[in-house]
Design a protein around this ligand. Structure first.
Ligand code: HEM
Length: 551
């Protein structure tokens, strides 16, 4: 109840848009005319044809006919909750953004958890990456951290996103997610895309069958840029850590639950919040000042890499509580439109090649998904601060915009705001210059060392589960060439892992090759996760396994 009592400007704003049907005046048409019968249509005589003159019947059917909108192209299956964020440790040396400086603020949030691959009606407990998208309704505008529960991503470049998703989704001929051809396609793509192997290790681990959204980490994945009041820039990775600890299902449980209760995670979140057992997450940052950008064996701009905590510890600076379920799934959870480009002054894009086209993609898809350019006016998407600009018109405009619609003008409003008064001024960054071409940085070519680090950091039982997952998934492939390709790639991560997977598939165990093509020796000798709890504390060393009594 202490949590409920916290005043929340977003809730106050949503209340203005909420229609309470327990206080109705009776059923009316959309245009306010009360209706005496909503069960019988107007007919030309008893047993005669229905008349289109019946405005109410036509309106009722027409509205129903248009209830569905396209599901998200990825992360279609999800569930959301409202909450709030509080900072306890300001970081003025990193950013001037008030949300990360002012400990007196309570910032409203909305979180949407999701799976990536399945349809809107698919099961919750599948082996998949989970989305952990958070919107902060700050006084400087909306800030979205559109995170996943894996700290790394499949691919280094956004231009490959349609390919990885086509390979992950059901194959186009059958649209059967579990078809062998779908497994062939996925592993075919992975086998030919070694940069995805680190991500795939997380994918095949217990991490990707979480026990509950309340027991799952979130990672902003990219290195973002934060800027302090002196204009100094740092690379920052954002982390969420659940107060309940990180827990997973075992595969057998996940399979059974998917059949018995496909809404397992959704129900778990609602039940916990309704029972007053509010999920809570610590918020952490890993900070690398810009001058240290090149101090690592990997590139900070490469989203297939973590920054091991041994090199840069995570500093926990605040926490988020989720304390309210949405009143209307469609209006809130379905219509929220997250985007990585929603950043507030003091937080900016880095040059991560996964990030810029990603920012473009979200807004672009929302133009279709939410039917035009005015989705910012939907209640869940409205910032809590006032918004004035010169954008006008478009489908479903719901504001009456009175006053000047261009700038500069003779009226002096709406006007740009100087940086010292809160206007967004992007920090200047010198560019290296060079040649315009399709290239990637030199450090983007080493793909195996962090996958090996992840494998080495696992306990025996976790290793067993990874072997089991690879064997199960590759065992569903039809194409022997694809399996061989994958075994070759897994062998570059670890020979023992490759041999165990080969054995369980009744295939020839591969011969030991120089680990990681010999490229990663220096990195791996810097960090020894077997002897250190640190390397993966935030990013994955240990996980407790959940064993459900019922199974
Ligand atoms: C949706 C995470 C990369 C395109 C989402 C969602 C999450 C997410 C959590 C669900 C948002 C929601 O709940 O509404 C990530 C992460 C990425 C990544 C962590 C890598 C670091 C990309 C890339 C692209 C992309 C590279 C495209 C180039 C999309 C699209 C949606 C989506 C189009 C659907 C948005 C909507 O319909 O509202 N992503 N994503 N994502 N993502 Fe990503």
């Amino acid at each position: 109840s202490a949590h409920k009592a916290i005043s929340n400007p977003k809730q106050a704003q949503l209340a203005d848009f909420t229609v309470d049907y327990t206080k109705d005046r009776g059923i009316a048409t959309h245009f306010g005319v009360l209706q005496s019968d909503t069960e019988t249509a107007l007919k030309a005589g008893i047993r005669g044809p229905t008349l289109i003159e019946d405005t109410h019947a036509r309106e009722k059917i027409t509205h129903f006919d248009h209830e569905r909108i396209p599901e998200r192209v990825v992360h279609a299956r999800g569930t959301g909750a409202h909450g709030y964020f509080k900072l306890h440790t300001p970081i003025p040396e990193v950013t001037y953004a008030p949300i990360l400086n002012d400990t007196t603020l309570t910032t409203p949030t909305f979180v949407r958890f999701s799976t990536v691959q399945g349809f809107r009606g698919s099961a919750d407990t599948v082996r998949d990456v989970r989305g952990f998208a958070t919107r902060f309704y700050t006084q400087q505008g909306n800030w979205d951290i559109v995170a996943n529960n894996n700290p790394v991503f499949f691919i280094q470049e956004a231009i490959k996103f349609p390919d990885v998703i086509h390979a992950v989704k059901p194959d186009q001929a059958k649209e059967i997610p579990q078809a062998q051809s779908a497994h062939d396609n996925f592993w075919d793509f992975i086998g030919r895309t070694p940069e995805s192997l680190h991500h795939v290790m997380w994918h095949m681990s217990d991490r990707n069958i979480p026990r509950s959204y309340r027991m799952m980490q979130g990672f902003g994945v990219h290195s973002f840029v934060c800027v302090n009041a002196k204009g100094q820039r740092s690379f920052v990775k954002f982390h969420w850590k659940p107060k309940l600890g990180i827990h997973s299902l075992v595969w057998d449980e996940a399979l059974k639950i998917a059949g018995q209760d496909p809404d397992f995670h959704r129900r778990d979140l609602y039940d916990a919040i309704e029972a007053g057992s509010y999920p809570e997450y610590e918020f952490g940052v890993q900070v690398v000042p810009e001058e240290k950008e090149h101090d690592f064996d990997f590139d900070l701009l490469d989203s297939t890499k973590i920054i091991p905590e041994e090199l840069v510890p995570v500093r926990y600076i605040g926490s988020m509580v989720l304390n309210k379920c949405p009143d209307d799934f469609f209006a809130e959870t379905e219509q929220i439109a997250f985007c990585t480009q929603h950043m507030v002054p003091g937080i900016e894009h880095s040059n991560d090649p996964l990030l810029h086209l990603r920012s473009f993609s979200y807004q672009d898809t929302q133009l279709t998904r939410l039917g035009g350019p005015n989705w910012n006016l939907l209640p869940i998407n409205r910032p809590v601060c006032p918004v004035f600009n010169t954008h006008r018109d478009g489908y479903m405009q719901t504001q009456i915009n009175k006053g000047p619609n261009y700038w500069p003008n003779r009226f002096g409003t709406p006007h740009p705001v100087a940086g010292k008064d809160g206007g967004q001024v992007l920090s200047p960054q010198p560019l290296p210059g060079g040649v315009k071409e399709r290239v990637r940085g030199p450090k983007f070519s080493e793909h195996y060392s962090q996958a090996t680090l992840f494998w080495n950091s696992m306990s025996d039982v976790e290793k067993e589960h990874i072997v089991g997952a690879f064997s199960f998934e590759l065992g569903r492939c039809d194409d022997k060439g694809v399996i061989e390709l994958m075994l070759e790639q897994i062998n570059f991560i670890d020979n023992k892992l490759a041999c165990l997977v080969a054995q369980s598939l009744h295939l020839q165990p591969p011969k030991e090759v120089h680990p990681n093509h010999g490229k990663a020796t220096k990195f791996l000798s810097q960090i020894n996760p077997v002897n250190s709890n640190n390397a993966f504390t935030a990013v994955g060393r240990r996980m407790a396994l959940f064993v459900h009594d019922g199974f």
